[in-house]
Design a protein around this ligand. Structure first.
Ligand SMILES: *Cc1c(COP(=O)(O)O)cnc(C)c1O
Length: 400
């Protein structure tokens, strides 16, 4: 049990708390599920890119899936070996491509023909052969929130099967491209296995047809997207997930890469804020806390559900919204929840805040971003200090 009250007294609020032992459990469960074949778990750094989180995963043996050169640098700094780092994303700049090639990471994951041309040019300029994979869009509906669904042709991600095949042939014939991998990622917070299995099957067929023309793919990257429990979802068991993927790979000797973000860190994170006031408007009850949408955006952005709890209070519950002080009606953490009466300084815990929490925080309303604390083997460690007002203005000048 984490002592949220003690942590909030020690570090102040709003505050992020991460249970690192829980992160280890998630990593181990997934790695074990894939143990029947060669595999690399490449943590999707964008879910929570705190250096201590990455370095904790590095020690467990994790690789990193990055979507900017900044994330690649974080992964390297945190001790992830370069041969376990992947660079994905639909819009890489020339300087990002160049730096990734110079760092000699495992591979660049490409999402368009135009991007492949740039990578080839830059590799040629550097006198290198770029290891690449191509993100295939298998046109599968993952049955998740439209903002986090990525595997349909209407999305901006990846290329269709025909284009992919053409790109592989081109890359295979280039002196500066080495097509070693294939990739798909159909969406996030996936709770159904069938779409994943279907997508893997389509991509595995493409690998077989490439093999027939002597293009030998080594890495089969199944993306991330494993869902977690926020409310009462039935999630996919790691074992079933791995078996479903294995079942599509008959006759192929591939290293499976899996890029979980949310699964690895989501349920290990808690967001703490303190009650400032309660008020009732025309019979509607609001609990106003000191955390806000700038600290944790998921409820506002995706209308996402998070479990909430008022620490140490129960009974006499009535319906209320938990809202923050930011000047937007969309600034809420929970709507129409049964909550006990609260008082000034009561502590509210928002659960499952470890993924896409702090990383999406902003300084909107000139609010400093929260501190982050890690709990490992029962001990707490500050892994990011709370920002100060001076931090917020230090890059600005009044020159006019
Ligand atoms: C976002 C993303 C992931 C991680 O998604 P989760 O839902 O957090 O597991 C993995 N791979 C790619 C390419 C992504 O864009």
């Amino acid at each position: 049990m984490i002592d949220f009250k003690a942590l909030s007294n020690k570090y102040g609020t709003p505050l992020y708390v991460y249970d690192f032992n829980k992160i280890s459990e998630q990593y181990d469960a997934l790695k074990k599920a894939f143990s029947g074949r060669k595999s690399l778990i490449s943590y999707a750094v964008k879910a929570n890119s705190n250096l201590s989180v990455i370095s904790h995963l590095a020690k467990l043996g994790s690789g990193a899936d990055c979507v900017s050169i900044g994330e690649v640098k974080r992964a390297l700094l945190a001790g992830i070996p370069k041969y376990k780092i992947i660079f994905s994303g639909v819009g890489k700049r020339d300087d990002e491509i160049e730096e990734a090639l110079k760092e000699d990471i495992l591979l660049l994951n490409l999402e368009s023909e135009a991007e492949m041309e740039r990578v080839e040019m830059i590799a040629a300029k550097l006198g290198k052969e770029a290891r690449i994979s191509i993100r295939v869009n298998p046109n599968i509906d993952p049955k998740t929130h439209p903002y986090i669904s990525t595997g349909l042709h209407e999305n901006k991600f990846g290329v269709d099967l025909e284009t992919a095949k053409r790109m592989y042939v081109k890359a295979h014939n280039s002196n500066h491209l080495d097509p070693v991998g294939i990739h798909f990622h159909i969406g996030s917070q996936l709770t159904e296995l069938d779409p994943i299995k279907e997508a893997a099957g389509i991509v595995a067929d493409l690998v077989r047809s490439l093999k027939a023309i002597k293009i030998d793919i080594k890495f089969f990257d199944v993306g991330g997207g494993l869902g977690i429990v926020y409310d009462d979802e039935t999630t996919i068991e790691p074992y079933d997930y791995a078996q479903a993927i294995f079942s599509t790979l008959y006759g192929l000797d591939l290293t499976i890469i899996c890029e979980p973000g949310r699964f690895m860190v989501g349920n290990s994170g808690y967001f703490l804020s303190k009650v400032l006031y309660e008020k009732v408007n025309e019979g509607k009850r609001f609990v106003i806390v000191d955390g806000a949408m700038n600290d944790l955006l998921r409820p506002s952005l995706y209308n996402a559900y998070h479990k909430v709890e008022v620490v140490g209070k129960e009974g006499n519950e009535s319906e209320a919204d938990i809202v923050g002080p930011v000047c937007e009606s969309g600034d809420f953490f929970a709507k129409s929840r049964m909550l006990p009466p609260t008082e000034h300084n009561d502590l509210v815990v928002v659960y499952s805040a470890g993924a896409y929490g702090f990383v999406m925080a902003s300084n909107y309303n000139t609010r400093p971003r929260p501190a982050e604390v890690a709990i490992l083997d029962g001990k707490d460690h500050c892994i990011r200090q709370r920002e100060t007002f001076e931090d917020l203005i230090k890059l600005e000048t009044m020159c006019l």
